[in-house]
Design a protein around this ligand. Structure first.
Ligand SMILES: [Zn+2]
Length: 216
């Protein structure tokens, strides 16, 4: 897959003819009243639907994060929590009981298992879309995507992620945040000698970094 056709005639991920538009990031992440000029990219049928089952999943993860803003928590309560309580969420939710140590009052709670592969599939899809949106071209090498929504228990991985995040923030420090619904989704996208770098936030909390190496 060396020759890249002019992007306007292809899907944002493959050579197929684009018959649909795909939202970047998925529309469900945005509350109904914060959907100004959502980003879309031309997509073939297959790539528009390929990861749609994880859209809800990534929204839940983005909105429930400890660092998510109140807008995120409101969206989590409105959409995600209801899904989890109905038992039809993509999360593997386990019923648990949370005890307030101060009062001893018990409350229903949910322990959520994170499916790392699903998270990465969803974030990578967004990274591809962002590249297309910002450059007008499909990226010809798979981007390296680092999730900031998940925590790794391995100390070294955790430290590497942290270092990579700090380095990226520094590289991007002079670039402006972009995003019409910035409370929900905003990003920085910059071009350097060795390719492009993107940092994305969901609900004001770091979500992922994508590094797009330039093709040789
Ligand atoms: Zn496609």
């Amino acid at each position: 897959m060396n020759a890249t056709k002019p992007s306007s005639t292809t899907c944002y991920r493959c050579d197929a003819e684009p018959t649909t538009k795909d939202h970047v990031p998925p529309k469900c992440i945005f509350p109904d009243n914060m959907r100004n000029n959502l980003i879309t990219v031309p997509s073939c049928e297959a790539h528009n639907n390929s990861e749609s089952s994880v859209d809800e999943y990534i929204r839940n993860l983005a909105t429930m994060g400890f660092e998510a803003s109140h807008v995120g928590l409101d969206q989590f309560k409105a959409k995600a929590l209801r899904g989890i309580q109905r038992g039809n969420s993509k999360f593997q939710a386990t019923k648990a009981v949370m005890v307030d140590p101060a009062t001893g009052i018990q409350q229903d709670a949910f322990a959520l298992g994170v499916d790392y592969e699903k998270v990465m599939a969803a974030l990578t899809k967004i990274a591809w879309g962002l590249h297309y949106h910002c450059t007008g071209r499909r990226c010809d090498i798979d981007p390296v995507v680092v999730s900031l929504l998940t925590r790794n228990e391995d100390e070294e991985v955790s430290k590497n992620t942290h270092d990579f995040y700090n380095l990226s923030v520094e590289c991007l420090s002079t670039f402006p945040w972009v995003g019409e619904n910035s409370e929900v989704f905003k990003y920085k996208f910059a071009s350097f000698e060795d390719g492009h770098l993107a940092l994305a936030h969901f609900y004001d909390a770091p979500a992922f970094i994508a590094h797009y190496r330039a093709s040789a």
